[in-house]
Design a protein around this ligand. Structure first.
Ligand code: PLP
Length: 435
């Protein structure tokens, strides 16, 4: 498989280069070149298998000429020891695809674990150590830390804003030890991101260290996210109706992954892009104008993105044509009051406890069903376990939410972080002492 940049489609790089480089030098986004068309029959044949086996079959089709069958099988089975079940809320009509049964309790596990497996595979081939730098406002860091923990040949440094992540999120970043090091920055998420960006252009660091990023524009986080759309399709297709997915979105990686696997031949009839007040994509669908904005803080904070970095990729998948984009995607957005009311109604109607992001996905699907009045099967993606937003969910629903054992256990462990200022020189000095 080769990859091209959306900014210069004629130049291609190898899988290994696109994986470790994350973003092309021309600031475009990597895409498979050409995107393989596997067809509806291929997906129908594998759709009833486990997530790991679906991942294995698609990975073989994509990377089978570069990575051996047994290595791909090990990689996918190690990455996906969990499943992504569809829970029916209304038989044959409304389902939720639960993507939170991995170690960090959010869908980001799927992309992070697969990418970790690939990086480990390639670093073993070359015998060189890779240093991953990642800035996080919460969820990404947890999935990356847990996904890369104990992965040979890879060291991970996570920068997070002190006092601005939840206690449980902080434990996910700071208690694993081994190859995972947390830098607690006396500053904001933007400060953390600025430090990481500066490290990538620091000639001195890059001269003797192999630095890489694990952010969500990396195409190898998106490819595996396509696997659970296939799994969901397998679980609902007996309805015989067209299948529509509703994806609660922020940076639009998750929806791009769906569009990617649709283009590879998975029979998806339509997508719903569901957002909070950061609604630049629903606005684009309404007006045809794409106008990025500064982000607004909401209760569905993992979707507080005003300038989604995967918009270009999604648009590219629809040939940069507004009519095609609109024919495949509908947009809906909800403010915080509507989200709280939705969480309540979903609980009262279906007896289903949802996190605010998941509630937005379900509400988007319901609006689409009401607007189009089509006889379809809708699947809303449940992106995080409600316990990740325990205080909010408990307050809105007046129920008690249990934290799954595997995460509750982390809360007992001791936090270990390196405290630094928001000054780059401070980070560099501490970082060099750890490598
Ligand atoms: C990251 C995240 C999202 C947004 O996903 P994108 O791929 O950035 O659109 C939604 N919900 C939760 C819980 C998340 O962690």
């Amino acid at each position: 498989m080769r990859f091209y940049s959306t900014n210069s489609p004629s130049v291609t790089v190898s899988t290994e280069q696109a994986l470790f480089q994350s973003m092309p030098a021309d600031k475009g986004l990597y895409m498979p070149a050409p995107l393989p068309y596997l067809g509806a029959d291929f997906f129908s044949a594998i759709a009833d298998q486990s997530l790991a086996d679906i991942g294995f079959a698609i990975s073989q089709a994509l990377f089978g000429d570069e990575i051996s069958k047994s290595d791909l099988e090990d990689l996918t089975h190690h990455a996906f020891p969990f499943s992504t079940p569809v829970i029916e809320l209304e038989a044959g009509k409304v389902g939720v695809l639960e993507l939170f049964h991995g170690p960090s309790l959010a869908f980001k596990d799927v992309g992070a674990r697969y990418m970790a497996g690939l990086m480990s595979y390639f670093s073993k081939q070359t015998d060189k150590e890779v240093n991953i730098l990642v800035a996080t406002s919460g969820d990404t860091g947890g999935a990356v830390a847990m996904g890369f923990h104990n992965v040979p040949g890879v060291r991970v440094s996570i920068l997070y804003p002190s006092g601005r992540v939840s206690e449980l999120q902080e434990k996910q970043l700071t208690t694993l030890g081994g190859n995972i090091q947390a830098f607690e920055v006396n500053g904001s998420f933007d400060d953390c991101q600025a430090i990481v960006k500066q490290a990538f252009v620091d000639a001195e660091l890059n001269a003797h260290l192999s630095l890489s990023s694990a952010n969500s524009i990396n195409i190898f986080r998106l490819i595996p996210q396509g696997f659970y759309y296939v799994s969901a399709f397998g679980q609902v297709r007996s309805s015989g109706k067209p299948v529509v997915f509703s994806t609660p979105s922020g940076n639009f990686g998750n929806l791009s992954a769906g569009a990617l696997v649709q283009k590879m031949g998975l029979p998806v009839s339509h997508f719903v892009a569901a957002t909070n007040l950061n609604h630049v994509v629903p606005n684009y669908l309404k007006t045809g104008d794409y106008v990025p904005k500064a982000s607004i803080a909401t209760i569905s904070n993992a979707m507080d993105v005003g300038s989604p970095s995967n918009f270009t990729r999604l648009s590219h998948l629809y040939d940069d044509r507004y009519d095609q984009f609109k024919a495949n995607v509908s947009g809906y957005f909800f403010d915080d009051d509507e989200t709280r009311a939705g969480m309540k109604r979903i609980y009262e109607t279906y007896n289903y406890v949802s996190c605010p992001h998941t509630a937005i996905g379900i509400m988007g699907l319901e609006k689409y069903l009401a607007d189009t009045k089509q006889d379809i099967t809708g699947v809303a993606l449940a992106t995080a376990h409600p316990s990740k937003f325990k205080p909010l969910v408990e307050e809105v629903l007046n129920v008690s939410v249990e934290v799954p054992d595997r995460l509750a256990e982390l809360a007992q462990r001791e936090k270990n972080s390196i405290r630094i200022s928001a000054n780059y020189a401070d980070f560099k000095e501490s970082f060099l002492q750890t490598v």
